[in-house]
Design a binder for this molecule. Sequence first.
Ligand code: ATP
Ligand code: LTN
Length: 335
Amino acid sequence: MEEQKKPVILSGITPSGVLMIGHYMGAIRNWVALQHEYECFFMVADLHAITVRQTPADLRRRTLDIAAGYIACGIDPDLCTLFVQSHVPEHTQLTWVLNCLTSMGEASRMTQFKDKSGENAENNNVGLFTYPVLMAADILLYQADLVPVGDDQKQHLELTRNLAERFNFRYSPTFTVPEPFIPPVGARVMSLQEPTKKMSKSDKNEKATLFISDTDDAIRMKIKRAVTDSGTDIRFDEKNRPGVANLMTLYSTATGKSNAEIEREFEGLGYAEFKEAAAEAMVGFMRPMRERFLELRSDTTMLNALLAKGAETARNRARRTLRKVYKKVGFAELG
Ligand code: ATP
Ligand code: LTN
């Protein structure tokens, strides 16, 4: 019997910092759960990273950090195609074709572009403008059916769908029109220092973020110094008590306990006892990730071999799509 083709998933993270617990909870945890049922492509989006000025040595190091981080968080390179975006030149090649299909108006409406280009004049580059088109190329090259992304990337997914439909209509059916896969609310981890802001790998204040490379003591220190609210009891109230609610989300992930169970566990106890327990739970939860991460990072030859294999698989797939696109657009073939 012919084996049924698995639906395709593609996603990626930009190497603008080290992986942190927010990536695990909001993104990679879902990827891990999906990797058996889907044909998965997970990439390190280094082409996207240079829309913000990067120090070359840092970019190089962080690219490998993110790749090792994926595996440390449970992505199995034997089940998934794990690769670095710049290793597959078809991404930039398809971007050009899609750029010529995108109107100035629709690119200008992207809220991430408006936010990021407005942040400082120095960073107002054309790459930032065409960032969502590159993202569309990432997705369409692999004929992805499903794209797990955070809420902030939903608009880029909508553009991707429009570009796929436009190309298919103008030429002939070529691209799969992808669906977004947005994780349920509650998957968002907030900054430990400003709990109304999301935890971010590029936060200037290191105490705000739990990185997967953090030592046991760093994790304990960050949780114990996490900003909490003026209340005293342990109750889940995201709106009025975002600091405690955030720590409860972390504790819940590490222990599998529900918010109601946590509230019962800490009834009559205060923030200090709760933080102590949350710190120990996170130390235990994150230790195996850190150990695996450090092990992978200490063997660059092995990591590069894995990425070379991933790039080859990705290129084979990407090349097939690009060849069709070039032909349909009317680029003359040599033979
Ligand atoms: P930066 O701050 O460098 O712009 P970031 O750290 O906010 O980036 P991204 O690289 O934009 O993170 O995010 C990659 C993926 O991880 C996205 O799917 C995003 O939704 C998810 N993610 C990022 N931060 C969090 C968070 N705090 N909680 C849950 N999910 C998150
Ligand atoms: N822009 C995304 C990262 C990203 C991505 C993609 C996600 C680049 N290419 C393709 C999904 C599919 C971000 O900032 N989170």
